[in-house]
Design a protein. Sequence first.
Length: 63
Amino acid sequence: MAEERRIPLLRDDSGQFVVIPLEFELSCDDAIMRKEGDRLIVEPATAGKTIMSPTRLEEEDRQ
């Protein structure tokens, strides 16, 4: 089973955030976040994973 740890959800004027414990740190400077049902998924951003804005998707559809 994957390691688990309970962490606090913190809030400031810009929104909700968490402090990632050392044992869960990602070895990257950029990450992708998505929500799947009640789960929040954070994973390293890699060259193979890109997020396109709706405008960019529309541009590609026209080509």
